[in-house]
Design a protein around this ligand. Structure first.
Ligand code: HEC
Length: 487
């Protein structure tokens, strides 16, 4: 501000010696109808907002609105991503699964609310502000020590220098003064620019170093900031180790280990192969499956002789799985599910099928799961589609339960095995459910109790109609795409 301009008066301030006199003065000022006021004290004084008639802050409302915005943002974002832009079944959950959305919603709620609180507080307090005219009076320094100040702003509609001074006088205020503009320059001091420039200059250095390292070669080893984190003695999964003879850091189960809760599950149950029968027939393949089950890390020789061409267990299990169906299957598979198939088991099977199988094979087992649809879209030619589970060759008479169990456990050709992810009991539940699915595709209405037939037929009509609509929509989308591609 230039010298000749008259100094602007911001308001009037008075000094008080005690909390009581300040509070008393506050009440008088409030009752006189002044609104744009403020009190400055060395420590928090209870009841001063009320004495000054200061309304509670709006900050909580700002925080609430920001928090709700965060919740809404998170939910909409996840619904858009999971259910609209890229619908994908994860762990058998519905596309819009609120419980799964909670963590992100919680985080964004907290984040937005904190931003609201932080920036809202700044905004409501008129910050950032580099200087305050209150500081021009050296007496004001005592506000952090032993003096109390009361201030009335000149923007107050009732402001009148004379009457405010008189009011302060009456309430025992001392050193009543006008608060005038700070006469220091409003320009940012030069040293700040210098510091700023230095910070910018220094912050470029790491970038330059990175840049240089990207374009040059070095024969010295990488620099490790936290050496013991980069080279922890603990091993990661699949890492090698010179400590053990087989060179692997991961250790297999001690042969014969039985997991908690799985005591009493016999080999029939765990492999899907009839052990008694195996004693009688000669089936090298079944022997190998059993051995692989017992010693998953010990390579099984596919030919049963002592050639040194030992393959890794994964490879031999895959070779096993890949065996052509044309080769006579001599494996003595269990013919029946060893568990009692009841409603509860089927429900369990349905759940696990939904989680592990439906992504590829589809919820109805028809082979058109979401992975298949997506893969056909992006991989087109090279994709091997999941089998439909409704082929006759997969029915119970040609494909015994034990074999289905083995397929789930060890996989087949392009399909991975699930023994490491699904417990044996749950795999058998899936077997039971697959059978139910297969039956459902060929069921006749005679299988349904008399009193529920009408209901089922009604459902069937509904489903057929829906399928038709779906096919229609798909056809349209296809045409649309073809049209666009043609353009
Ligand atoms: C990652 C996708 C994928 C998942 C998940 C999957 N499968 Fe498969 N499945 C396939 C593919 C692909 C094939 C066909 C393999 C081939 O022909 O190379 C197949 C084949 C099959 C077959 C036919 C086997 C045969 O002998 O022809 C059965 C039965 C089967 N799957 C059952 C299941 C069950 C039960 C589950 C759930 C535990 C499951 N699949 C999970 C991809 C999958």
């Amino acid at each position: 501000m230039s010298e000749n301009q008259e100094k602007k008066v911001h308001g009037i301030v008075a000094e008080y010696e005690s909390v009581d006199s300040l509070l008393d003065a506050c009440r008088r000022v409030r009752d006189a109808g002044y609104k744009k006021t403020d009190a400055y004290t060395p420590f928090p004084v209870h009841g001063i907002d009320k004495a000054l008639g200061i309304k509670p802050t709006h900050l909580p409302w700002i925080v609430l609105v920001c928090g709700l915005t965060g919740t809404a943002t998170a939910l909409l974002m996840q619904i858009w991503m999971n259910a609209i832009d890229y619908p994908y079944i994860i762990s058998g959950k519905p596309f819009i699964s609120l419980p799964a959305f909670i963590p992100v919603a919680f985080e964004l709620t907290v984040l937005f609310a904190s931003f609201g609180a932080f920036f809202g507080m700044w905004a409501l307090n008129g910050l950032p502000r580099f200087s305050n005219p209150m500081f021009t009076d050296p007496r004001f320094d005592r506000v952090t020590d032993d003096r109390f100040f009361l201030y009335v702003d000149s923007k107050d509609p009732r402001f009148d220098e004379g009457s405010v001074q008189q009011l302060f006088n009456e309430t025992g205020g001392q050193h009543i003064q006008s608060v005038i503009d700070d006469d220091s320059s409003s320009k940012i001091p030069k040293p700040i620019f210098a510091i700023w420039g230095l910070i910018v200059a220094f912050s470029v250095i790491p970038l330059l170093i990175v840049l240089k390292m990207r374009v040059t070669n070095s024969s010295s080893p990488r620099f490790h900031v936290f050496y013991d984190m980069d080279f922890s003695p603990a091993k990661d999964a699949q890492q090698g180790s010179t400590l053990f003879a087989d060179g692997r850091a991961m250790r297999p189960d001690v042969p014969g280990t039985v997991a908690r809760g799985e005591v009493g599950q016999d080999m029939n149950f765990l492999t899907g192969i009839d052990m008694e029968e195996l004693d009688r027939v000669d089936s090298p393949r079944a022997e190998r499956l059993v051995n692989t089950h017992l010693n998953p890390l010990v390579p099984q020789d596919p030919d049963g002789n002592d050639d040194d061409e030992a393959t890794s267990p994964e490879v031999s299990a895959q070779a096993e799985a890949a065996q052509e169906p044309s080769v006579m299957d001599t494996t003595p598979w269990l013919k029946e599910n060893p568990l009692d198939v009841d409603r509860e088991l089927l429900a369990l099977g349905q759940q696990y099928f939904g989680i592990y199988c439906s992504v590829c094979h589809g919820l109805n087992g028809g082979g058109n799961g979401l992975v298949n649809r997506r893969a056909r879209k992006i991989l087109a030619q090279s994709w091997i589609p999941p089998s439909s589970l409704h082929q006759e060759s997969l029915y119970e008479d040609k494909y015994p339960d034990g074999k289905l169990f083995n397929t789930i456990s060890n996989g087949i050709r392009k399909m991975p095995g699930y023994a490491s992810q699904i417990k044996a009991r749950d795999r058998w539940a899936i077997v039971a459910y697959v059978r139910a699915l297969q039956m459902s595709q060929n069921a006749s209405i005679d299988l349904v109790p008399q009193d529920r037939r009408e209901e089922i037929l009604e459902r069937q009509r509904e489903v057929e109609q829906k399928l038709e609509e779906q096919a229609e929509a798909e056809r349209k989308a296809e045409e649309e795409r073809a049209k666009r591609a043609g353009k």
